[in-house]
Design a protein around this ligand. Structure first.
Ligand code: ADE
Ligand code: ZN
Length: 326
C-alpha cells in the first residue's frame, strides 16, 4: 500500500483534540439555524476564508465565537458524533478529547448540558465504531484561578466520567503557576493532569507545567527544544508530547511545514505523538496531520509506527489495554 493508505490503516490514538475545534462550518450553519442564533458569516466559504491566523489569539477569538451556536445537549451530541465518525475513518481507535466548559457556562449553557450531550455521543461511538473515548476537562487559562475552582466544583457529580483536567486558551501571560492549586485539587480528586505548554510560551512554562502542576502529559511542548537540559529531561522521563503539525503551521508556531521539528523530537528520544488540535479550523484530521508531517520531514513507516505506538503509550488507558494496542 502507499504511505497514505498505510497512515489511514495504522491504528492510532488521538490525545490532543478540542471538541469545539471540530465544529465544521456546515454544522455551525445548521446549528445556528436550528437554534435561531445569528453568526457573523454569510456562507460556509466566508467562514473558511476567515480562518487565516498569525498567532494563537487570532484563532481563539474566532473559535470562541463559533462555539456560540452550541446551546443544547443535542448540539453537543451532534458535534461529538461528527468528530467520532470522521476520526474513526482515519484509523483512530482511542480518543482522549478535551472540552472547554467555561466557554459554555459563560453563555448560560449548563455544565450538565455539555456533559449529557458529549456522553451520549461517546456511548454511541463506542458501540458504533468499537472505539474507546476519555474526556479531558480544560480550564481556560485567561480566566481566573477562582473561576477554575468553580468549574472543578461543577464537575464533581461527573468525576467518574472525566479522566483528566487540562489547561488551554491564551498561553502568553498566563503561566501554569496560576493554576497550581487547582491542579493539586484535581490530582487529589483522582484526575490525571495535562497542560498546553511551550506552544507560544517559553521553555519556562514547560518547566512550570512539570514542576508546579506535575502534569502526566504535555500538550504541544514545541518550545522545549530551545532548552537542551529540558529536552533531555523530557526524553529521560518518557514524557508524552501531543504535537499538532497543521495547528503549528496555521498558528505560525512554525513558518513552514518543512521547518517542523517532529523528526528532531523523535531522534532526540522524545515520546512525540501526532494530533489534530482543532481540525475544523486547521485544515485536517489526524491522518492529514501524519501525512503533512511525513511529506514535509521525510518520515518513513518506522517513524509513523513509532508515533502511533507513542499515542497508546502516552494515553490514559490502563496497561492491559495499552498492551493490547501495541
Ligand atoms: N484551544 C483550542 N485549541 C488551542 C490551542 N492550540 N492552544 C491553546 N488553546 C486552545
Ligand atoms: Zn490544543
Amino acid at each position: 500500500a502507499d504511505l497514505d493508505t498505510f497512515i489511514a490503516r495504522l491504528p492510532k490514538a488521538e490525545l490532543h483534540l478540542h471538541i469545539e475545534g471540530s465544529l465544521e462550518p456546515e454544522l455551525m450553519f445548521a446549528l445556528a439555524q436550528r437554534n435561531g442564533v445569528t453568526i457573523p458569516f454569510a456562507s460556509v466559504e466566508e467562514v473558511r476564508a476567515a480562518y487565516s491566523f498569525t498567532r494563537l489569539q487570532d484563532f481563539l477569538d474566532i473559535y470562541y465565537a463559533g462555539a456560540d451556536v452550541l446551546r443544547t445537549a443535542r448540539d453537543f451530541h451532534d458535534l461529538a458524533a461528527a468528530y467520532f465518525d470522521r476520526t474513526a475513518a482515519d484509523g483512530v481507535v482511542h480518543a482522549e478529547i478535551m472540552f472547554d466548559p467555561q466557554t459554555h457556562t459563560a453563555r448560560g449553557v449548563s455544565f450538565d448540558t455539555v456533559m449529557e450531550g458529549l456522553l451520549s455521543a461517546v456511548a454511541e461511538a463506542e458501540a458504533k465504531h468499537g472505539m474507546t473515548v476519555k474526556l479531558i476537562l480544560c480550564f481556560l487559562r485567561h480566566l481566573s484561578e477562582e473561576e477554575a475552582f468553580a468549574t472543578l466544583e461543577q464537575a464533581r457529580p461527573w468525576l467518574d466520567r472525566i479522566t483528566a483536567v487540562g489547561l488551554d486558551s491564551s498561553e502568553l501571560g498566563h503561566p501554569p503557576e496560576k493554576f497550581a492549586r487547582v491542579f493539586a485539587d484535581a490530582r487529589a480528586l483522582g484526575l490525571r493532569l495535562v497542560a498546553h505548554a511551550g506552544e507560544e510560551g517559553p521553555p519556562e512554562y514547560v518547566h512550570q507545567a512539570l514542576d508546579l502542576l506535575d502534569v502526566d502529559r504535555l500538550d504541544h511542548g514545541n518550545r522545549s527544544l530551545e532548552d537542551p537540559v529540558l529536552t533531555a529531561r523530557l526524553a529521560r522521563t518518557g514524557m508524552t508530547l501531543t504535537v499538532c503539525p497543521l495547528s503549528n503551521l496555521k498558528l505560525c508556531v512554525v513558518n513552514d511545514m518543512a521547518d517542523h521539528p517532529i523528526d528532531h523530537m523523535l531522534r532526540q528520544g522524545l515520546r512525540a505523538t501526532i494530533n489534530s488540535d482543532d481540525p475544523a479550523y486547521f485544515g485536517g484530521y489526524v491522518a492529514d496531520n501524519y501525512r503533512a508531517a511525513a511529506a514535509a520531514r521525510g518520515l518513513d513507516r518506522r517513524d509513523l509506527a513509532t508515533l502511533a505506538r507513542n499515542s497508546f503509550l502516552g494515553s490514559f488507558l490502563p496497561d492491559d489495554a495499552v498492551a493490547a494496542h501495541l
